[in-house]
Design a protein around this ligand. Sequence first.
Ligand SMILES: *Cc1c(COP(=O)(O)O)cnc(C)c1O
Length: 368
Amino acid sequence: MRRDTENKQSPILLTPGPLNTSAATKQAMLRDWGSRDDEFIALTAGIRRRLVEIVHGEPDYLAVPIQGSGTFALEAALGTLLGPRDKLLVLSNGAYGGRLGRIAAILGRAHAMLDHAEAAPLDPAWLEKALASDAAITHVAAVHCETSSGMLNPIGEIAKVCARHNRRLLVDAMSSLGAVPIDAGAWAADAIVSSANKCLEGVPGLAFALVRRGALEAAKGQSPSLSLDLYGQWQGFEANGQWRFTPPTHAVAALHQALSEFAAEGGVAGRGKRYGENHRVLVAGMRGLGFETFLPDECQAPTIVAFRQPKGFDFPRFYDAMRARGFVVYPGSLTEQPTFRIGCMGRIDADDIRAALAAVAESLKAIG
Ligand SMILES: *Cc1c(COP(=O)(O)O)cnc(C)c1O
């Protein structure tokens, strides 16, 4: 499961995405498809079915892929599932939680933010209080893995509070789906949103929402957008198996291949194991070099790690030194502290992480 070493031009992407993909996934794009061909319709049906299986969503959940990056699918989900009389409560402990609030604001949907500290997991007791004190709230939105810090939020507990108060749950599972177990039925979420180019190791170009059938059926005509309407998109697939508007054909084919490799690796358990190993090697090595993680280990997801920037650390120079050695690291997006991020996702393994750690040591020397 090491990186695609045949492709010498590709850097190793230690980022929140896009990520390294396998040679076979890139190979799958080396032909053209007609969007109305039976063959392409079968590819689409295949990925829709397998995406639902990843969250054990049969028969209640439907996969609705949408053209674009992950944010397009989040915007489609919120726009489609929130009605003009609904009110959304966003639980946030980082940049991606904040983005959910911005989407609701731009869509003109009533919403409130429940902001947490960036180093604190979402708190079910706070949610309990917020729901008890505001009967207008119909929906709750939260991020499973908050990619700005690497926090793995306790969505299972959040879901229980929502169920007790009879509110609907919408989950951004962008950087967890495929590597962290998700049981759609246990969460009883109305929507779980993710994209092709994170833990599923497809290429950028499409994202998807896994939506509870009843929630989707009730959402007809609710979206203020034509292209970002999950109901309309679903009706298109129902009618003839085709995408309503030009599909990202090559990205669909790549995801189809990536999902076969995902199954061959042992699904969520296998992928979670490889990322977990990447993560353990990374954190142990970085600590050995004197770095500290932003989060305590117990709430850290195995997908991306935020490290505190030491005093006087020159991140742009560190970035350039790492890039010159073939590795792409990522700036931080936390507001409480200067951090930078190193990802553990994509088609890389622990040997790649060891190589990255050697590059970190060299880069530190190079930049003084
Ligand atoms: C990657 C990511 C997104 C989507 O970002 P795009 O740049 O639109 O793909 C949303 N939420 C989280 C938690 C993410 O990690």
